[in-house]
Design a protein. Sequence first.
Length: 135
Amino acid sequence: EPEYDLFADPPVPAEEKEERRLMAAIYAEWAIRRGLTSASFRAEQPAIIERAERGELDSVALFDLWSSDSEILDDEGAAFTEVYLGERGTWAEHDYGLLTTASRFRDTRRTYERVHTLLDKRFAEWRAARAGREA
């Protein structure tokens, strides 16, 4: 599974770094809640999955989980993540800018819901494009 680093060069200000950590945490929760997790992760972490599905994991726990060496994502989740996080200027960078331009990006359930909605849209677009290529 490829490594994804939301904190790549160039260096970013501390506030932006914290916002990017939060974005990674929210992404981890979204992937878990959408069932994009590997069989080994589901077998090893049922309590974590249950807590994430209820929205009970804080951003620190979610970021630590995302940053761990665990194989969290299944093949589809990893393929989408590779495209979503890809090079600068891709969906993740665009969405991060969109989410942080109008208001401060805060660690609230409302923020999680906003990001989940946006990720659902991107995932549906990605799936549709992928289906078109495979047809």
